[in-house]
Every structure is written in structure tokens, then in C-alpha cells.
Design a protein around this ligand. Structure first.
Ligand code: UDP
Length: 491
């Protein structure tokens, strides 16, 4: 275990992320932000593989601000996972249970380090989905705040769906229902909900109980959003957390250009080559396509997407994730001579893209996204209108925010979530969204008609609001100060 203990500062904040990119990336951003506020030492627990993914960035940060990263080994082999399989995006089908077992053991190792820490932590900020560390914080009598990787709207919708008991009344999978007790009229179906909301399998029930317990004990909650974006829902969240809910985002704004290039992992495309290509395109003309770090699509579904991009006749960057089934996709790309056909007009990034670097470039005019919360708030941060294709978890709620409430996106018409336990959805030729629907949404977002123009204007305005929120005197800046003052108050 590598360690560099913090010096004796007044406030010592300890961050423990869930080991998935959509969780550790914003948490590292947040630790940086807090460490920048002065008088704070931030310690972030990571694994050796995460440290390697960030490379030099982590060392440079530790040298320039009061932040230290502690690498606690992750017991992958001991739990039947391949060596170095330390983060959720590296899992293959059927490995989730092993991953969660290993994650439990990892949290125990983290607890042992925390116990010995000098100076002792003032407060722990722990991910909502790793409840074991919450128990540890209680045992060690350390104030703990939840970091919820979702936006306020999703947190509230999930809460309302659960407490209203609406799912207990025999709602069919595809039957639309209105989420009760919220400021907007949100219609959703059971098959669009996160599996942890409606599943009642024994394992899930037990896990949900642990999460509930951990949430109940928490001192407060931190969200990667900003007040101006989800005002109604932050108010609801304040009611649930005795006014101790803080929106401190968009967290992606804490990165400079060089940090953007290695955020989350080493980029699979040369940064300068990528920027040069983007520089060569007109403002607002490029579509950026990325479906997050965890998604797995059938081959046929990927083809539909690829063919829609080809048919769009617009410049694009398409991120194709390293995942099971990669060989089949590569074979299709080669047999169809895809790259020759789109030569110069499109770039395929195989692996990891420097997403915020791309989104922050002015030539990007549309973001085809799976609506993971980080991707959603990143698109909002840089004023980019979105083509929405939710796949699983709370992504259908995020789509409602983008399309229905904010009016900055157009959906491709995804009707249900893709989840790995569903055998039918894994057959190679299973398709949920056809190329015509994808193309139609692309055209609506990218075209120059009045609707498209209005959408762009709204997106631009939100981008400006996001920037303002994180600047000195902005709402998120203020909320961080408020949070830092609050957590030292006697309980
Ligand atoms: N990301 C990235 N490059 C990629 C894929 C993902 O930088 O090629 C980042 C993205 O910017 C975001 C995170 O990984 O910060 C993904 O989180 P999100 O909540 O959008 O989706 P998830 O991967 O959790 O489904």
C-alpha cells in the first residue's frame, strides 16, 4: 500500500469512491475542488489500477495542492476476478457478484487505514453505493456525508417511486405511470427504472436494506449538480436531508485542459491529433457519440448506430468501448469497410476518449449520449445539445430532465433498459432502436431550423449558468464554503 499522510491541517476530508468511472471520476474532481478551497487536506482512496489510469496527473496534483491519494490494493484474484480487474468497467458478464464481494473486502482494508490516520478525518465523503464504509465511519465516530453520483431529479424520483408504493400495485413492465408527488409530470414505465428500484431478488433486497440504513445515518448529501439547474428538486432534497444537501457541481469544471486529457483513463486517441481534427471543423458541426463506460450493446444495435452516423453525412467522433463482443464489431467494421466509407468525416476512438476535452471544443454541436449523470452534466456544462439514448440505471430520468424539462435534447426513442441478466436482449440480432430513429434525432438536434436554434440557445444559456455556478461567488462555490463550515459544527 502506498501512502503519503497529510500534514497537520485543520480540516481533513477523506473521500471513498465506488470503483466505477462514473463514480471515482467525479469524486476525484470534487476532492480537487475542496483541496483548492484552502485550509483543507483531502485524502482520496483509490486502487493501484486507478492510479495507473490517471498516470502523472495524480502526482502533479499531489505536488501542487493539498491532496493525497492512498492506493489500497483491490482483492480481485482472491475473489475470482482476473488480475487487475479493479473497476466496474472491466467486468465481463457474470462477474458483478465477485466484484461486490471484493469491494466489501476493499472497504475493510480502507477502514483499517482510516483508523490509523493522523490527523484523524474531520469528515468522510463516501459513495452512496458502498454501504460497508458507512458502517465503518459510524464505528470510528467520523461524520459522514454521502456522495450521490446521480442528479437531484433522479434521487427524488427514485425516492418518490419507492415511498409511494406505486410499484407494489402490480404495475406491468411496459405500463406507463406518473411518478407521484413531484413538481413535474414525469411518465415512466417499470422497465425504464433502475433495477435496484424494482428488483426484489433476495440479494438485491439485502443490498437495498444496507443502502437505506447507510443513507439514514448520513450527516448530509453532496450532489454533482448546480442549484440553477434543478432548483425544484434540490428543494425536495433539502427537505429529506434537514437542509444538509449541497450541489457543488458541475465537477468536470475543475479540470484544466491537460487534466481533461487524462481524466479517468489514458485516452486512446492522441490529444493533439484529436484537437487538430476538431479545429478543422466548423463551430457546432461535429456529433460526439459516447455511451459511457459500462454499456454493452448487441452487434446489430451497434451496426444500426454506425449506419445512422454514416447516413447523417455529418462529421462525428464515435467512441467504441473495449468490451465483450469487440471482435464481432471489428469484423463488421472491416467487412463493411466502414472507415473507408467515412474517411475523414468520422473518427472512431477504440477504448477511452478524453470526453470533456472533446465536449469543451466549440466544433462539437451535438452529443449522442446514454444519459449517464456525468455525461449529462458534462454536456450541459459545455452548452452542447443532446441526442439521448438511455440504456439502464437512472438514465431514463436524466433523459426526462434533458428532453422534457430543460428542452435541450431529442430522444432516439429508447423504451426499455438493457440489463445483462436479460438473455433475450443479449442475442446478437436484438435491436431496441432502429437507425431511422437515431438519424431522425440527430437531424433534429443538428439542423438549423427554429426548433434546433431554440434548443441550441437554451443549451448555451445553461452552459453559461454552469460556468458561473462554479466561479468565485457562484452557487456551487458558495455551497462548497457552506459545506466546509457546516461539517465542523458540533453535532
Ligand atoms: N468517460 C470518458 N471517456 C470515455 C467514456 C467515459 O471520459 O471514453 C467519462 C465521462 O466523461 C464520464 C464518465 O466517464 O465522466 C462516465 O460516467 P457516466 O455517469 O456518464 O456514465 P457511466 O459510465 O457511469 O454509465
Amino acid at each position: 500500500m502506498e501512502d503519503s499522510s497529510p500534514s497537520n491541517e485543520t480540516l481533513h476530508l477523506v473521500f471513498v469512491p465506488m470503483l466505477a468511472p462514473g463514480h471515482f471520476i467525479p469524486m476525484i474532481d470534487m476532492a480537487k475542488l475542496m483541496a483548492n478551497h484552502g485550509g483543507i487536506t483531502a485524502t482520496v482512496f483509490i486502487t493501484p489500477v486507478i492510479a495507473a489510469r490517471y498516470g502523472q496527473t495524480i502526482n502533479q496534483l499531489s505536488e501542487s495542492i493539498s491532496i493525497c491519494f492512498i492506493q489500497v490494493p483491490f482483492p480481485s484474484k482472491e475473489n475470482g476476478l482476473p488480475e487487475n480487474c479493479e473497476t466496474a468497467d472491466k467486468l465481463s458478464k457474470g462477474q458483478w457478484i465477485n466484484f461486490f464481494q471484493a469491494l466489501d473486502e476493499w472497504q475493510t482494508s480502507v477502514e483499517h487505514v482510516v483508523e490509523q490516520m493522523k490527523p484523524f478525518p474531520t469528515c468522510m465523503i463516501t459513495d452512496r453505493f458502498i454501504p460497508k464504509i458507512a458502517v465503518a465511519a459510524k464505528r470510528l465516530d467520523i461524520r459522514r456525508v454521502i456522495f450521490d453520483g446521480m442528479g437531484c431529479l433522479s434521487v427524488i424520483l427514485i425516492h418518490q417511486t419507492e415511498v409511494s408504493g406505486i410499484l407494489e400495485s402490480d404495475v406491468e413492465l411496459e405500463q406507463p405511470f406518473i411518478v407521484p408527488g413531484i413538481p413535474d409530470r414525469i411518465v415512466i414505465t417499470k422497465q425504464q427504472l433502475p433495477v435496484f428500484v424494482y428488483s426484489n431478488s433476495p440479494g438485491m433486497k439485502e443490498y437495498k436494506e444496507k443502502l437505506k440504513e447507510a443513507n439514514r445515518d448520513a450527516y448530509g448529501i453532496i450532489i454533482n449538480s448546480f442549484d440553477e439547474l434543478e432548483l425544484d428538486y434540490i428543494h425536495e432534497l433539502q427537505k429529506l436531508h434537514q437542509n444538509r444537501a449541497w450541489c457543488v457541481g458541475p465537477l468536470c469544471m475543475s479540470n484544466n485542459k491537460s487534466e481533461m486529457a487524462s481524466r479517468g483513463d489514458k485516452a486512446s486517441i492522441d490529444k493533439n491529433q484529436c484537437l487538430k481534427w476538431l479545429d478543422g471543423h466548423e463551430s457546432g458541426s461535429v456529433i460526439y457519440v459516447c455511451l459511457g463506460s459500462l454499456s454493452k450493446m448487441t452487434l446489430t444495435q451497434m451496426l444500426e448506430l454506425g449506419l445512422a452516423l454514416e447516413a447523417s453525412n455529418r462529421p462525428f467522433i464515435w467512441v467504441i468501448r473495449e468490451t465483450d463482443g469487440k471482435e464481432e464489431i471489428e469484423k463488421w467494421l472491416s467487412d463493411y469497410e466502414y472507415e473507408d466509407r467515412i474517411c475523414g468525416r468520422g473518427i472512431l476512438v477504440r477504448g477511452w476518449a478524453p470526453q470533456v476535452l472533446i465536449l469543451s471544443h466549440e466544433s462539437v454541436g451535438g452529443f449522442l449520449t446514454h444519459c449517464g449523470w456525468n455525461s449529462t452534466i458534462e454536456g450541459i456544462s459545455f452548452g452542447v445539445p443532446m441526442i439521448t439514448w438511455p440504456l439502464f440505471s437512472e438514465q431514463f430520468f436524466n433523459e426526462k430532465l434533458v428532453v422534457q424539462i430543460l428542452g435541450i435534447g431529442v430522444g432516439v426513442g429508447a423504451k426499455m433498459s438493457i440489463f445483462e441478466s436479460d438473455e433475450q436482449k443479449e442475442t446478437l440480432d436484438y435491436v431496441l432502436v432502429r437507425r431511422e430513429a437515431i438519424l431522425d434525432a440527430i437531424e433534429k438536434v443538428m439542423c438549423g431550423d427554429d426548433d434546433g436554434e431554440e434548443r441550441r440557445k437554451r443549451a448555451r444559456k445553461l452552459g453559461e449558468a454552469a460556468k458561473k455556478a462554479t466561479e468565485e461567488g457562484g452557487s456551487s462555490y458558495h455551497n462548497i464554503n457552506d459545506f466546509l463550515q457546516d461539517i465542523v459544527k458540533p453535532q
